[in-house]
Design a protein. Structure first.
Length: 843
DNA sequence: GACCTGCTGCGGGATG
């Protein structure tokens, strides 16, 4: 016979006793968590990865909620994890405490990976504790028996909440939690998150604005110090070409790897991962089998194999992308290296946390600059880490596509009455300010398909029945909706397979489409020859000889964060005052000194712009340090303003530090720039931005995602999803129909709003302009590209020239610049604009 | 010796 402890009992079967029985002394933050849970609070536990936080929350919830298992009924405790790959390990960790504190309880895992047999077994008798994903939770809510099934949920844990917070997946979780509270108002919610700059917003999003006010915030102390150091290049170039691979750093990285048993090498792109894996193998052929690569386009089986190798310590090093940012605890990883810019402080901390996982070991991350200016970034990143300055993760507001999906989900899961559901939806942070009009529009959209689709029965997805409860009237629509649940919209992928059928992974359709049969590319660490493309598969064989192309995936954009960019400017300002602290700044001093000599160093008070006249025309370089997305918007906007004054054509280039505008005709920037940089009010800025960019085209692309989430597109069957080209075609059709017959369609507005806010980052652009207006504009006339200007010059040329032509031109230019830099300053100024023939000048 | 740039994440359910 099993005896369940009464809620709140502290004697036998308590969290404390369980830990002591294992010889562990409970930590303060664990006791605080148990106390807060015992007192019935909701809460957020801020802690870095590690088993300590799992025991804090799980033991606390078991202690409070364990009760004798019921023969029928549904899960009592839900554990939400953003990664299905984490679900198994999590379940394993939860098992032992549960066996002790809730005898007789069973633990289940339910994700898309759960085998059919297990699913049916779960449905015969639901496990008391269930580990699941946000998507699978929504699928539970979409079951006809959901109200009965989920009314017994006493508590929910959301793990890695910071990962979900700023995305539509996070909004999906908010809506699901509101639904659970609707059935069981007492449901206790706890989140676990990495350190955040906006903990209050994170709590409001997780718990709802009302409950968040009284929520417990428990902070686990930083268990171990974090060290940020840098591999210095043997020689720092004054004229870096905006490279990103870091080829020069291969020997230093090899040396670093020789000294340690296991390491993770993080890169920023998948193709860079492939490149580095090859470079390491070329340098150390004897490491074959001891190193591996890992990224999101590799076959899951390959990825599992690599993860296993890391866990067992069989691998010396793995080159990876963010695909290993989260995941199983790889205890043996000794070192973490970050190749190229870390882009943000939170990212860097996350990656640093992958090392020194054992207690007492410090976390250490070594930055490997691939470009001279990244030395400044490295010093700045360390400043920000030491000062604890981390990027906020803003929660999304009111994405109507997610709400539309939720309406159909709830209609399936027992149905709803509009007034009651509106009240429930408004308890969430995302929809707290949802207007009555938007709500009515969403209701109408799921009921009739809105103004333009009412003729099509498949868009009459939800109907009120005789008693006024809104339900999905037809089994086919129900099935279609279940297949469509979720907010992740991926690009079209082609499977890469050997002729014998072995799967290697996936590449984007666009990349494969550019390859012809017989051409070679590097993928999954091998050089492959494309034999043929058929359906959605690229058939390949091993290739020898031919120079390969490394696949380029489209991927997301990762602009330098404001937090890190500000830290970079602070370092440049110090340099402007002659302060070069630390090894990185000492190494990059010659480059910065030259920038100061030929032009100026940007500081917080000084906005530096440079004007250069040469054979191409008139170049303007500006360095706002606002990240590449903002610079792209700013460059287009500035060019548009300049063209309003007088018809002109510009070529544009941007990077994370600045932007370039080139015009064949002369432009009097000194007179015009201060005027054109005057920030307009937000509404004008928005209107001018939309006018200056191909905003309609951008919004149209964005709309594909929204149409998918809102359930307008026919979903494929799992395992044979439809190719994106087809998705795009139908999304384009809806776009055209709505624009023409239903211009007030809220989803069109949402597409435009998402482009403005997320792709162009209007807020950040607006802030940047305000800040620039407060700075002193220092317009320098320069005789030749400065160290800050050269990367932008290269960026622009790259689009026009083949890489050979570009390399040759660059080599000439850099040789010229080097000579000018070495010549005494007076002589350099004297040579001015004369375009010297390098051979003459050398003689 | 060479500069090729952009991550991650999820996913039916009922019946035999």
């Amino acid at each position: 016979m099993t005896r369940a402890p009464r809620p709140g009992t502290r004697a036998l079967g308590s969290a404390e006793a369980w830990m002591r029985a294992r010889g562990w002394v409970p930590l303060d933050f664990q006791r605080q968590t148990w106390a807060a849970i015992g007192a019935g609070h909701h809460g957020l536990l801020h802690a870095t990865t590690g088993a300590g936080k799992t025991y804090a929350v799980w033991l606390g919830l078991l202690q409070r909620h364990a009760a004798p298992p019921a023969a029928t009924g549904g899960p009592r405790l839900l554990w939400i994890t953003p990664l299905r790959a984490l679900a198994g390990d999590t379940a394993a960790a939860l098992q032992a405490p549960m066996a002790a504190l809730a005898p007789g309880w069973r633990l289940g895992v339910r994700t898309g990976d759960t085998p059919d047999a297990e699913r049916t077994a779960q449905q015969r008798r639901w496990p008391e504790a269930l580990v699941t994903t946000p998507e699978s939770l929504s699928l539970l809510i979409a079951r006809a028996d959901a109200p009965a099934l989920l009314a017994q949920v006493a508590a929910v844990v959301v793990d890695e909440w910071h990962e979900l917070l700023a995305s539509k997946r996070g909004v999906q979780v908010q809506l699901a939690l509101a639904r659970l509270r609707g059935w069981q108002p007492a449901v206790q919610v706890w989140g676990m998150s990495a350190t955040l700059a906006n903990p209050d917003e994170a709590a409001a999003a997780l718990l709802g604005p009302t409950a968040a006010a009284s929520a417990a915030h428990v902070r686990a102390p930083q268990a171990k110090p974090i060290t940020v150091d840098t591999l210095l290049p043997a020689q720092v170039q004054r004229f870096a070409w905006a490279g990103h691979l870091g080829a020069a750093m291969v020997p230093a990285v090899v040396a670093a790897l020789e000294g340690c048993r296991s390491a993770l090498l993080f890169t920023n792109t998948r193709s860079q991962t492939e490149w580095w894996y090859q470079a390491l193998l070329d340098a150390r052929p004897d490491w074959a089998g001891q190193i591996a690569l890992h990224h999101g386009s590799l076959d899951p089986q390959v990825r599992r194999w690599v993860e296993h190798g890391l866990k067992t310590g069989a691998l010396r090093a793995v080159v990876c992308t963010s695909s290993l940012d989260l995941g199983v605890d790889f205890a043996p990883v000794e070192r973490v290296l970050q190749i190229g810019s870390p882009k943000g402080v939170a990212r860097l901390l996350q990656r640093a946390g992958r090392s020194g996982h054992a207690p007492g070991q410090p976390s250490r991350v070594t930055l490997v600059p691939t470009h001279a200016l990244e030395l400044v970034e490295a010093a700045a990143a360390r400043d920000a880490v030491q000062a604890g300055r981390i990027e906020p993760r803003p929660a999304l507001r009111a994405p109507l596509d997610v709400l539309v999906q939720h309406l159909v989900t709830v209609a399936l899961g027992g149905g709803f009455r509009p007034e009651a559901l509106l009240a429930e939806v408004r308890t969430t942070h995302a929809y707290a300010d949802l207007s009555d009009q938007d709500w009515r529009w969403c209701l109408d959209f799921v009921r009739h398909g809105g103004a333009s689709l009412h003729a099509y029965p498949e868009y009459r997805r939800v109907q009120p029945d005789a008693s006024g409860v809104w339900r999905v009237p037809d089994a086919r629509l129900a099935r279609r909706h279940r297949l469509n649940i979720g907010t992740i919209v991926a690009d079209a992928q082609l499977e890469v397979r050997y002729l014998n059928g072995a799967r290697l992974g996936t590449v984007e359709e666009g990349f494969a489409a550019r390859l012809r049969p017989g051409e070679c590319f590097v993928f999954a660490g091998r050089t492959l020859e494309l034999v043929r493309l058929h359906e959605l598969t690229a058939w390949v064989r091993d290739a020898r000889g031919q120079p390969p192309r490394v696949p380029r995936w489209q991927g997301g954009r990762m602009p330098l964060s404001t937090t890190l960019a500000d830290a970079v400017v602070a370092r440049l300002e110090a340099a402007a005052h002659g302060v070069f602290d630390g090894p990185e700044m000492a190494a990059v001093q010659p480059l910065l000194a030259l920038q100061g000599r030929w032009s100026r160093l940007p500081t917080r008070q000084h906005l530096v712009a440079e004007v250069l006249h040469d054979r191409e025309g008139c170049h303007l370089f500006v360095y706002p340090f606002a990240g590449r997305d903002v610079h792209a918007g700013l460059a287009a906007w500035l060019a548009w303003r300049a063209a309003q004054a007088q018809p002109r054509t510009f070529s544009l280039a941007v990077n994370d530090y600045g932007l370039e505008l080139l015009c064949a005709q002369p432009v009097d920037w000194a007179a015009a720039l201060p005027r054109w940089l005057q920030p307009p009010d937000r509404a004008t800025l928005q209107a001018e931005l939309l006018a200056s960019l191909h905003a309609a085209e951008l919004a149209k692309r964005r709309f594909r995602e929204i149409a998918r989430v809102a359930g307008l597109l026919e979903p494929g069957h799992p395992g044979q999803r439809r190719p994106a080209r087809q998705l795009q075609a139908s999304a384009a059709l809806f776009w055209a129909v709505f624009c023409r017959h239903d211009p007030d369609n809220r989803l069109l507005h949402q597409a435009q709003a998402e482009v403005l806010m997320q792709e162009l980052d209007l807020d950040r652009l607006h802030d940047a302009l305000q800040r620039m207006a407060r700075q002193t504009l220092c317009l320098q006339t320069i005789a030749r590209p400065t160290p800050l200007a050269l990367p932008l010059w290269v960026e622009r040329q790259r689009e026009r020239l083949s890489s050979e032509t570009l390399a040759a031109r660059l080599q000439r230019l850099v040789a010229q610049l080097e000579r000018a830099a070495d010549a005494p300053a007076r002589a350099a100024r004297g040579r001015g604009r004369r375009r010297a023939n390098p051979t003459q000048e050398a003689a």
